[in-house]
Design a protein around this ligand. Structure first.
Ligand SMILES: NC(=O)c1ccc[n+]([C@@H]2O[C@H](COP(=O)([O-])OP(=O)(O)OC[C@H]3O[C@@H](n4cnc5c(N)ncnc54)[C@H](OP(=O)(O)O)[C@@H]3O)[C@@H](O)[C@H]2O)c1
Length: 402
């Protein structure tokens, strides 16, 4: 039996992981779960999967859980409140696999803690590798820990590379479905959250859905691929492939290309990871080639989707720049979802923040965390200034002409 901890079990990846586990309860034992504030769903997950420990990071939600879920607590589940609980959860001695499915930089310290505790990691939270790629991959190497990528693109590259060495790779081609805005003509700056959240292929959490709309998601994945597979930025390409059937391509030095194809369903990479290194039968949806008329590919439009370019720029700058890019993006996306800024402000806030950053080369963990805090503050100041301008604009609309 594999013993599993899931950080972010109430999210899209967390729920997909549990739905794979649900099919084979004899193979997996859920040891720990975590949520930020969705205690309704967490309660249901505790009743079904009987974890020993759960962490609720939002203390207010945690207090509510404690006051209303007495029967569950009496049944023996240990409840820890606050972010520090995530570190305790991943250190649990009797755990084989830690699934990191939190959203954002909050995943960094628990990921490192799990690596120091020598747990195999299944990493969905790309922001961790984007912000501190060298530190995380070095820690994994030193502690002899395997990082299994969950992102469908990196998972497929990981699969394509089985039996190969990174030194044999010539080029990585990351496919992108293009997100919900690819086909919308004209100016995108006033797109609303509800339109930007409507992804044509994947059903995901809100943050990654907006990242897909700006193509920042693909930019973050370029940085992630660089760290996971040791390929230089100029040999990582992005191609729009709307059908999302080829999950990525690896070109080897002799010119052969490996592609991994599968039905676009996140339960497939999760099934692969949960059973790794075995490959076993799954009842998940399969591709039917009689229904696939054609597969399309085209270049991304870097002018309409500048976030992709900013991610390449940050990767080339290296040091603390990717961490700053990541945090500025987190702040901007959050502000957009709360309707504090317009869609067009997301790339603007990222650019203004990264332009002001003094890069620290070969950063320590402390340098990364300092850069992250700096970027949060700076980007938030642009959100405030930006929303002020919008209010002024709206106000002016109602001033009658002299
Ligand atoms: N969704 C996908 O198909 C997909 C595919 C590839 C990669 N990824 C990556 O996987 C990660 C998770 O994505 P998702 O779509 O599953 O996100 P999501 O649906 O928003 O779920 C995030 C999970 O993390 C918890 N969480 C959020 N903020 C937190 C915080 N500040 N502290 C502690 N816990 C927090 C949430 O708890 P509550 O529910 O209580 O708020 C939830 O359990 C992201 O990095 C994303 O880029 C996702």
């Amino acid at each position: 039996m594999k013993r599993i901890v899931i950080l972010g079990s109430t999210g899209s990846i967390g729920q997909n992981t549990l739905s794979v586990i649900r099919e084979e309860p004899q193979k997996f034992q859920v040891k720990g779960l975590s949520a930020r504030s969705n205690i309704d769903l967490l309660e249901k997950q505790i009743e079904e999967f009987h974890p020993e420990t759960v962490v609720i990071t939002d203390k207010e939600a945690g207090e509510r859980f404690l006051s209303r879920s007495l029967p569950l607590i009496k049944s023996g589940v240990k409840v820890i409140l606050g972010k520090e609980g995530l570190l305790e959860l991943v250190r649990k001695p009797e755990v084989d696999l830690v699934i990191i499915a939190l959203v954002g930089i909050v995943g960094l310290l628990p990921t490192l803690e799990a690596i120091y505790a020598k747990k195999t990691i299944a990493l969905a939270t790309k922001e961790v590798i984007v912000s501190a790629g060298t530190i995380v991959t070095e820690a994994a190497r030193k502690n002899d820990v395997e990082i299994l990528p969950v992102d469908s693109e990196h998972n497929s590259i990981f699969q394509a590379l089985r039996g190969h060495r990174s030194a044999e790779i010539k080029r990585i081609i990351l496919t992108a479905s293009g997100g919900p805005l690819e086909k919308i003509k004209g100016d995108l700056s006033d797109i609303t959250p509800s339109v930007a959240l409507r992804h044509p292929v994947w059903k995901m959490g809100k943050k990654i859905s907006i990242d897909s709309a700006t193509l920042m998601n693909k930019g973050l994945e370029v940085i992630e691929a660089h760290h996971l597979f040791g390929v230089e930025p100029s040999f990582i390409e992005v191609v729009i492939h709307q059908e999302a059937i080829i999950h990525s391509l690896v070109e080897f030095k002799d010119g052969f290309i490996s592609a991994i194809l599968a039905f676009p369903d996140m339960r497939l990479p999760l099934h692969y990871i949960l059973h790794y290194p075995e490959r076993v039968e799954s009842s998940l949806p399969k591709l039917d080639f009689s229904k696939i008329e054609r597969l399309n590919f085209r270049k991304p439009d870097f002018d309409r989707f500048p976030c992709l370019k900013y991610a390449y720029d940050a990767l080339r700058e290296e040091g603390t720049m990717p961490a700053v890019l990541n945090r500025a993006n987190e702040v901007a996306v959050n502000a957009f979802l709360k309707e504090k800024i317009k869609f067009g402000k997301i790339p603007e806030i990222i650019k203004r923040t990264t332009d002001l950053h003094q890069v620290v080369k070969d950063p320590s963990l402390e340098d990364i965390l300092t850069a992250d805090r700096w970027a949060k503050e700076k980007a938030e100041s642009f959100v405030v200034k930006g929303s002020g301008l919008n209010i002024l604009k709206n106000f002016q609309m109602f001033i009658p002409d002299p």
